[in-house]
Structures are given as C-alpha cells and as structure tokens.
Ligand binder design. Sequence first.
Ligand code: AMP
Length: 302
Amino acid sequence: MPNSPELITDLTQLAQWVQAQSAAGLSVGLVPTMGALHAGHLSLVESAAQHSDSVLVTIFVNPTQFAANEDLQQYPRDLEGDLQLLQSVAKVTVFAPTVADIYPLENSTARNVESNKLDDVAMRWEGERRPGHFLGVTTIVHKLFTLTKPQIAFFGRKDYQQLRVIEQLTEERQHNIKIVGCPIVREEDGLAMSSRNAYLTTAQRTQATAIYKGLQTACNMANNMEMAATELQDVVRKQLANAEINGIDYVAVVHPKSLEPLALLDRTEQIKQIKLGAIILVAVFVGNTRLIDNIFIPPNNS
Ligand code: AMP
C-alpha cells in the first residue's frame, strides 16, 4: 500500500523541511497548485520527481488572485483526495498552509511591498480581464519561492500567460530557480483538464469541447496554408459559435514571448510572424464557468 505523502501545515515545519533538504544536499522541485488535483497537476508532479530529489507540492487556494466577483468561496477543496492522488508519486511532500500563515497581516503593506512591476506581459489578456489577478499570482509565487527555496519549479502551459509572467518574475526578482513549462494535459475529447471543469453541467461539458476543436482546426490551417491572425481567430470563433459558446472574453493569436496580438500588424507581417511560431489564446464563459486554453503554432520553415 502506498503511503500518504508527508503533510506540512505550518511555517516552522516547512522551514525545518527546507533546511533538512539543503543539509542532505537534496534538490527541491516545487509544484505550486490550488488543489482539487487532477491528472494535469499530476503530470507536473511526475516531471518534478524526474528532475529533482525531493518534490514539494503546495496546495493553497490563494485569495489574492481572485477578484471580488470570482469563485474564491466555491473553488473546489479536497485535501484528502489530493493526498490520495499524490500517493502514486514517490518523494512528494505536501505544504498546505492557512491563509493566515501566508498573509499574516490582512490587507497589509506586505502585499504592496511585494507587488511587482507588472509589465506588458501581465497587463494584457488575463491581466486586463481579471484586474489584480497577476498581482495575486506573483505575490504568492514570490512568497512560495522565498519560503521553499527550490532549485526548479514546474508550471503548466495550460496557464500560458501565467507561465510567462512567472518566468519574468523569476528573472526580475533574481530567484535562482529554473522554471519548467509542462504540456497541457487534456481529457480524451480534448478539453484541457481544469479544477473548474467540475462546475460544468453535462450539456456545458459537451459544449466546452468546441474550445480545443477550434484551436486544433486553426492550428492545422496555420500549418498548412498562409493564414493571417485575424483569419485564424475567426476560425476559432466560428467553432465556438457553432457550439453556442457566446461568452467570448478573447480569442487572440499572439507572439509566444511578448503575448502581443499579431492581428494589429498588417496581413503580410501577421503571416510572417505566425510562421516564426505563435500561440492562440482563448478565454470563454461556458455558462458561468470561465475556461482558458491555448495552442502553440510551431514555426514553419517551408
Ligand atoms: P491550479 O491548481 O489551477 O492553480 O494549477 C496549478 C498548476 O497546474 C499550474 O501551473 C497550472 O498551469 C497547472 N495545470 C492545471 N491544469 C493543467 C493541465 N490540464 N495541464 C497541465 N498543467 C495544468
């Protein structure tokens, strides 16, 4: 019988664990999560286990990254289930702190002091639609990096913009941590795994498959013919409309590093940029559930 992973719930215990890893010369791989774990999270944990001696999975529903109108209260929490799922991976320790541990001074200056100069990458797309979101994300990730001192940290490409923001945070804050972006894990029908998929009704779950279908169709077209960003966006939008997904926050073909929209360029330049490699980002509401997904259009040298 596999054992439940060691569970750390307070900062003193955590400091001791971090110290013990360092004293034993063991490298630490960090996997920050908000829990309600699924196979997408597990793939990050497995990757961490391959690349480091000890794996620390953090489970913390971070209040500062939710806007006031968002689903903080409803967000699924299942620590028991999470610990069970993690039994399948060796060398995992779980850190599940309380909000008071992480934010001891409510509304304190601490958050502001730690606020980062969020540049263009964090200001667009999710940053624009979810004000304060990336400030919350960078605050928690910076705190976790500082508290847990990993050599390497794993994030999903599912949250592609978050990954880019964290890469920048790491550089800006001079954290000596390697950031690894892991592939998107999908359900059999292509829907990107997400803790929020649990909110979907059966009918909405079916509708939601149009997101990846649209992304795939557009990506195939980009690989096989000269398509402008605007045209690719229309392909995705059409597939979403066919599935009666009308609440579209954005569908955008963007530069993979800067996340700048390519649709603003002239048509020839759009095609040229897409041939160098691009990302299509999507955020939609299916019912009241907000889902995000993306696909990488690889460079095309032909
Ligand atoms: P969350 O618990 O939603 O904050 O996610 C924790 C980490 O798991 C983030 O780095 C996510 O990008 C990653 N993640 C979530 N869903 C997936 C997925 N379907 N495939 C790969 N990574 C994922």
